[in-house]
Design a binder for this molecule. Structure first.
Ligand SMILES: C[S@@+](CC[C@H](N)C(=O)[O-])C[C@H]1O[C@@H](n2cnc3c(N)ncnc32)[C@H](O)[C@@H]1O
Length: 209
């Protein structure tokens, strides 16, 4: 892991918008203008901090709805000396629908989202038609949505949703990216549980998803 210089003890990666009712611009969020990648439901930040440390030329914005996990990610990020991470406690769908500027993301990472296994709860799954449309609106051309899950039925739903979107094409997930594991993934791997992954690239001149 590439390590930066130690950060000021008061430094925090946590960031809160001045106005929750308008789209923010990345200049307000990161002091260094560089490409932005987003992680949704980042958990304890295992993936985020390793990946952001290894890619100082990219800015990483991560959201998580549990406060304890946001705090843990902040501590990890500080320990790793990462200046290119910003963390926000917010519902992923609110962020996608209201806060992120259009065509401004290089990548969206969604790893091991809650599978909501009971049929009556499938409506709570984050990956659906609306999610794919939001990703299409927020990604820059050639930006990618990266998905991972251990849940076969949810993976099928992910594949089906994106298969119907003309604005995306499926492409192999880079091996270099797969080398960065999330916390849940590490647990699944240790227990021999199979996990699956997919990558969808936003095509050039594709106005409609
Ligand atoms: C199963 S965990 C996976 C965590 C991490 N991505 C990993 O792979 O280790 C799902 C995470 O997403 C968060 N989460 C679930 N729904 C969310 C939502 N709508 N908005 C933000 N975070 C959410 C949960 O709090 C939890 O930390």
């Amino acid at each position: 892991m590439a390590r930066s210089k130690p950060l000021d003890p008061e430094y925090s990666s946590r960031w809160v918008p001045s106005d929750f009712f308008r789209t923010f611009c990345w200049k307000e969020v990161f002091p260094t203008p560089q490409p932005v990648e987003l992680e949704l439901g980042a958990g304890d930040g295992s993936f985020l901090v390793q990946y952001a440390s290894a890619h100082p030329q990219v800015n990483f914005f991560a959201v998580e709805r549990l406060l304890g996990r946001v705090r843990k990610m902040d501590r990890k990020s500080h320990k790793a000396g990462c200046c290119n991470i910003r963390l926000l406690r917010v519902e992923a769908s609110y962020l996608l629908n209201h806060l992120i500027p259009e065509a401004s993301l290089q990548a969206i990472h969604l790893y091991f989202p809650d599978p909501w296994p009971k049929k009556k709860h499938h409506k709570n799954r984050l990956v659906n038609d609306h999610f794919a449309n939001a990703c299409h609106r927020l990604l820059a051309t050639a930006g990618c949505v990266y998905l991972r899950t251990d849940h076969g039925d949810y993976f099928e739903q992910m594949e089906e949703v994106f298969a119907h979107k003309k604005g995306f094409e499926q492409t192999p997930t880079p091996a270099k990216l797969l080398a960065f594991k999330t916390d849940f993934e590490a647990h699944f791997n240790q227990r021999g549980i199979e996990t699956q992954h997919a990558c969808y690239l936003k095509k050039a001149s594709s106005n409609m998803p």
